[in-house]
Design a protein around this ligand. Structure first.
Ligand code: 4AD
Ligand code: MG
Length: 431
């Protein structure tokens, strides 16, 4: 007997197949019984007719509970009313694993309870849809960079130098070498690799001991970071908008069912197209003040400012050249206005805020050393990074895309914690 995944039933019409999965719901009357089963690829309804199935199969059906794992044998029948277009006329049923008192009933549960049961909640239709969108997003990104001739370089997670800022580091003792930090970014290593390979990206988990409990922050999140030799800040922004447009279009094309399951309003996603609006930080401050914000030049945009600003556009907006004082040490000082650096954030629409942070990198040895010292960082641990400015320095730029924020926006979820299978937050380390 052929074991088939539910999504492939279409190519087995009228054949007898076996499906392995879990019970979603059951319903039965005296003569006929229905089992909705899921296997990760989809859901299908199996119909049991009392007069046609062996007595023990009929009895076994009566013992089924939510999330029992089962093996169902049956004949595949096309059915226009069925969600996947097919139904199963069951002939056999085996219980693989019983499931008593499954904690997540079809009724509403509170968020805390759901996250305590995240290992089970993952089976929920909505959660499955989110996982599939994330999978498509990541694959689309990898394909985008592969097609654009970027080389994937994996960067270390245990690092000796601070990548972004001292304020939110996870540190651990590292043998006789003192402290090691969990990577906040792969960027510095990406820059070294860009001098070897020209165009690279790294993609991996990054860590920040964020004390803030906002809907945009996790302590462990995945970041994709391209780095390109001879790109300036302008090229950098162009790459960002091309990448985001490409991925959103592909998700719209291939994740129709998932977005429908999530009841995502598709209009904001359909609006994503080149070019994205660009405003300088200075313009953004003026604009925001005009809209009632009390922001002052020199201060970082708060979450509310980002939301307000993004509301002025129908697609993601890029804010460029922030004040030097609120950005990382490695950003290149703007030669036309040394109070600012050549950088940009991309703000997603609909209140999702910053999904990308990027910049042209400081490529002058002395200026970089000065900035490392000015920020109280130890120049000794950046010796290798400074070397990149000693041996064939080069204009280069790159950015980091936070996968969870990107996925949360695409899925239209209020909080980013559902866009990763097992979120890590200040108060959450289990399961
Ligand atoms: O703006 P960030 O801090 O930039 C960097 O780390 C650079 N080194 C990237 C680069 O130029 N290669 O972070 C980049 C993105 C943010 O825009 C956001 O999407 C995400 O990473 N991010 C977070 N996502 C979830 N939780 C957090 N605590 C995050 N912090 C940043
Ligand atoms: Mg940032």
């Amino acid at each position: 007997m052929t074991v088939v995944r539910i999504k492939d039933l279409g190519s087995h019409s009228q054949q007898t197949v076996v499906i392995r999965g879990w019970v979603v719901t059951t319903r039965s009357s005296g003569k006929i019984a229905f089992l909705v089963q899921r296997d990760g690829s989809g859901e299908v309804q199996a119909v049991f007719l009392k007069k046609d199935v062996p007595q023990e199969v009929w009895e076994r059906f009566q013992s089924l509970t939510q999330e029992t794992s089962v093996e169902v044998t049956g004949v595949v029948r096309p059915d226009d009313r069925a969600p996947g277009g097919y139904e199963l006329t069951a002939t056999g049923l085996t219980v693989l694993g019983t499931s008593e008192d499954y904690p997540l009933t079809p009724k509403e549960h509170g968020t805390t309870f759901l996250f305590q049961n995240r290992h089970l909640w993952l089976r929920n239709r909505r959660q499955v849809a989110i996982a599939k969108v994330r999978h498509e997003v990541v694959q689309a990104l990898r394909d985008f960079f592969y097609d654009h001739d970027f080389v994937l370089v994996d960067t270390p997670i245990l690092t000796g130098a601070i990548g972004e800022e001292a304020g939110n580091l996870f540190a651990t003792e590292y043998f006789d070498l003192g402290q090691a930090y969990l990577a906040q970014t792969g960027q510095l290593y990406g820059e070294a690799a860009a001098a070897a390979l020209g165009k690279i990206y790294c993609f991996g988990p990054t860590f920040r001991a964020e004390k803030s409990k906002t809907r945009r922050h996790l302590t462990e999140f995945w970041m994709l970071e391209p780095e390109v030799a001879f790109n300036d800040s302008d090229d950098n922004m162009r790459l960002q908008e091309e990448m985001v447009t490409d991925v959103v279009k592909r998700v719209l094309e291939r994740c129709r069912e998932e977005l429908e399951q999530l009841e995502r309003n598709l209009e904001p996603l359909r609006a994503v197209d080149l070019p994205f609006p660009r405003v300088s930080y200075t313009e953004a401050v003026e604009l925001l003040r005009g809209l009632g914000s009390d922001i002052e030049w020199g201060r970082d945009l708060g979450g509310d400012d980002e939301t307000l600003l993004a509301q002025q556009y129908d697609r993601p907006v890029m804010v460029y050249n922030y004040p030097k004082g609120i950005k990382a040490f490695y950003m290149k000082v703007n030669p036309e206005d040394p109070r600012t650096v050549l950088c940009n954030d991309m703000l997603a629409p609909e209140g999702y805020g910053e999904i990308i942070g990027g910049s042209q990198r400081e490529d002058d040895y002395d200026t970089l050393l000065e900035r490392i010292n000015a920020q109280g960082l130890d120049p000794e641990s950046y010796r290798w990074y400074l070397d990149l400015r000693r041996y064939g320095t080069f204009v280069h730029a790159g950015f980091g895309l936070g996968i969870e924020r990107f996925v949360a926006w695409i899925c239209g979820m209020p909080h980013i914690r559902e866009s990763i299978a097992f979120p890590r937050q200040i108060h959450r380390l289990y399961p």
